[in-house]
Design a protein around this ligand. Structure first.
Ligand code: ADP
Length: 734
């Protein structure tokens, strides 16, 4: 606008401008108010939010505070746990460090994780041996640094062998010998997580002890052997002069002596024999004490073995009027396997004791098969007597050595107290057991059970049958038990059995039904056997008489007079009786051998030719004198060589051979004789002072038929002649 513009216009314009400004102002004020309202509302809203957030913040803070508490508790616990872990680790480490044995743990890659001091001590000069080292490297250090003895292997071969061992499915322990002289047993185990654990035990001392022990054992065995040899020699040395003492005393009793002198001679004999049996016991016991009961199982006949023992002891029993009875289970096989020499020894001990400790009555030996085992038969053998018996409190200790029930002061019976201890050891060694059942004043029963293998490839036993003409048997005997045993056996063969003890019972029986056989016991107390036989011959001549006798020579005239069909020596063995009953009914008198062979007695046309080899002068004298009254042509050789020469020249019927002789001993001489045609079958009887079982076995192996032990007894010599000389020669009974 310029100055020429008129004033009103200028005023109008100004008014309009003012009005516009006023409107703008009002608009602005309105907007400002609206804005303020909006802001206020927003501020209000915001303050609400602020309050809510503040509240939330307060809660979060409280929560955070709580979490902080928990956190500090957890960290405290963690600290404690770390502390415990450290402590446990320390303890474990200390514990494995105190181990004297080495201990190490390897991971699955065979890197060492930890090892104790003992393990690391071997490697103390090698700084590389620490956690992380490989097992293979450890082996290399051992081998190449000559820490261990490698034997014949090179270091690499040894490492290879040791590593190979580690890959076996079952890692075997191995012994290592360090060059320092220390020996260890290394045992490695794989653990389930793949780690390996190594244990190294120091066995230096135990190896040394073992070596010392082995040494001591060798020395002890040598000493025992020396003792055994010494005892065997001593026994030989004592028995040889005892042969002279006992033999001569026995001969002395056959000369004209008054009663007093005879008594002295008898005492010399019994004392001598007692001494020899003591020597035998001690010798046997000392062998067993060394832990040896050598067993030599062979095929044998149990019934025959028991019978042999009973026959051997029969004279002593007869002198005491004690009846010996054998009851053998007829269902047991004839042939079994065992060391029959030992079974004989057991039986000799038990039956010998029974005879010694029984004054009247009987001794019954019973053998029963009580079952079968995988290999054979379980057999129980009992020896029952009617003797003095044993107190119950003593029964437990009689099997211990040197124990005798009787007090020394009032002892009536001889013995060493070793017999039952030896017997028990033998039975135990044979896998069996032994027991006793006894009542003082009534009697004792000793029993033992053995599992005896059956012998294969043996001929089948003969059929247990009787001929048609043996359907009824009359048993005449006082002995209830032996009569019952025979009756039982006969009844199993369907025989009609009648029993009698008195002659009127016999008469009654034969009156009603005359028997096919009459089996008569010689030792009848209520009747005279001769009278019974007279009655039988008179009333029933067809009845065949079988006589059971304890002394054949005593009854021989009656045997002939009564035309006795067969005479059997007691104790009777069933198979002999069976053989007698099975014989055809001829009238020849026969006496079955103990072996079961039949022997018809025909008079011999010449003297029995005997060859006797012995280097000892006294023994020769004893032997010669013992045969003095017999119908014998005796030839003597002073050693084995001369014996062989004489054998070839004279062809004797029987040879008695000493075992120990100079120049050529008995075994070698037997060997030479057996090599000749005539020597194959000639009976050769060994004479020996050796009591040892293996010696006996050696003699039988050398080809000898039987053995007689020194000091020689006349009764045993005669029995040997009776058993082994050709059948046409007879010898007097004792
Ligand atoms: P011994 O050599 O003394 O007979 P044993 O060992 O054979 O030694 O026997 C030990 C003891 O057992 C005997 O001394 C005896 O007292 C007792 N004894 C053994 N058998 C019998 C028996 N059949 N009757 C009674 N006592 C017996």
């Amino acid at each position: 606008m310029n100055a020429e513009t008129p004033f009103p216009e200028r005023l109008a314009r100004e008014r309009r401008a003012r009005l516009r400004a006023e409107r703008l102002y009002e608009q602005a004020q309105h907007d400002l108010r609206a804005m303020n309202d909006h802001l206020r509302a927003h501020a209000f809203e915001l303050s609400g939010q602020v309050i809510a957030q503040r509240k939330e913040l307060g809660e979060i803070k409280r929560h955070a505070d709580k979490l902080e508490d928990v956190n500090s508790q957890v960290s405290q616990d963690l600290q404690l746990a770390h502390f415990e872990i450290d402590r446990a680790n320390l303890r474990l480490r200390e514990a494995i460090d105190t181990l004297q044995d080495g201990f190490a743990l390897f991971d699955a890659e065979q890197a060492l994780i930890l090892a104790n001091k003992a393990y690391l001590s071997v490697f103390h000069n090698f700084s590389e041996v620490r956690p992380g080292i490989r097992y293979a490297r450890l082996l290399e250090v051992c081998a190449h640094e000559k820490l261990v003895e490698l034997g014949d292997l090179s270091p690499d071969e040894w490492v290879f062998k040791m590593l190979g061992r580690l890959y076996q499915p079952q890692i075997q322990p191995i012994e290592l010998h360090f060059t320092t002289g220390v020996s260890v047993r290394l045992t490695d185990r794989r653990v389930a997580n793949g780690d390996y654990v190594s244990l190294v035990s120091n066995i230096t001392d135990s190896l040394r002890y073992q070596a010392e022990l082995r040494d001591a054992q060798t020395r002890a065995e040598a000493a025992v052997q020396a003792k055994s040899a010494f005892l065997a020699n001593m026994s030989h040395e004592i028995r040889t002069p005892m042969n002279g003492v006992v033999g001569m005393a026995e001969l002395l009793t056959e000369t004209a002596l008054d009663d007093e002198q005879r008594g002295y001679a008898q005492t010399i004999i019994s004392s001598g024999q007692a001494l020899v049996s003591i020597i035998n016991d001690i010798l046997d016991f000392s062998k067993m004490d060394a832990g040896k009961v050598p067993l030599n199982p062979t095929v044998f006949d149990l019934e025959k073995t028991i019978h042999e023992v009973l026959s051997l002891l029969a004279p002593t029993a007869r002198n005491k009027h004690i009846e010996l009875i054998l009851d053998y289970d007829i269902f047991l096989p004839a042939h079994l396997m065992a060391d029959y020499g030992r079974i004989r020894q057991i039986l000799t001990n038990l039956v010998g004791n029974a005879i010694k400790l029984t004054e009247t009555g009987y001794i019954l030996v019973r053998a029963v098969g009580i079952g079968t085992s995988g290999t054979g038969h379980i057999v129980t053998i009992t020896v029952e007597d009617t003797g003095i018996g044993i107190d119950p409190e003593d029964q437990g200790r009689i099997f211990t050595e040197f124990s005798q029930v009787e007090q020394t002061a009032r002892r009536r019976y001889e013995g060493t107290g070793l017999g039952l201890a030896i017997t028990q050891r033998i039975v135990t060694q044979m896998g069996g057991n032994i027991w006793v059942d006894s009542e003082p004043g009534v009697g004792s029963c000793f029993g033992f059970t053995l599992d005896l293998a059956t012998a294969h490839d043996m001929p089948a036993p003969e059929a247990q049958e009787l001929p048609q003409d043996c359907r009824s048997v009359l048993l005449v005997s006082d002995h209830l038990i032996s009569r019952d045993i025979l009756a039982r056996h006969l009844k199993t063969l369907s025989v009609n059995v009648m029993s009698a003890t008195r002659k009127d019972t016999v008469r009654r029986h034969i009156a009603t039904s005359p028997p096919d056989f009459a089996i008569i016991d010689q030792d009848l107390t209520e009747s005279d056997p001769r009278v019974v036989m007279d009655k039988l011959v008179e009333r029933c001549p067809a009845t065949r008489i079988v006589l059971l006798c304890s002394n054949l020579s005593e009854i021989k005239p009656d045997i002939e007079r009564h035309k006795v069909f067969a005479a059997l020596r007691k104790p009777v063995i069933w198979r002999d009786l069976l053989a007698a009953l099975q014989k055809p009914a001829t009238r020849s008198i026969s006496v079955p051998e103990p072996k079961g062979q039949e022997r018809v007695i025909r008079p011999a046309m010449r003297k029995l030719r005997v060859l006797y080899a012995e280097d000892n002068k006294v023994n020769r004298l004893v032997f010669t004198k013992m045969l003095k009254n017999m119908d014998i042509e005796l030839h003597i050789a002073e050693n084995g060589r001369i014996a062989v020469e004489l054998f070839n020249r004279l062809a004797p019927d029987i040879v008695f051979m000493d075992v120990s002789m100079p120049e050529m001993d008995g075994r070698e001489a037997t060997h030479h004789i057996r090599a000749t045609p005539a020597g194959k079958t000639v009976p050769i009887i060994a004479l020996t002072a050796h009591a040892l079982q293996e010696e006996i076995a050696h003699m039988l192996e050398a080809g000898m038929n039987a053995m007689l032990s020194k000091p020689l007894k006349k009764s045993e010599l005669t029995a040997a002649l009776r058993d082994h000389a050709p059948p046409e020669f007879t010898f007097p009974e004792d």
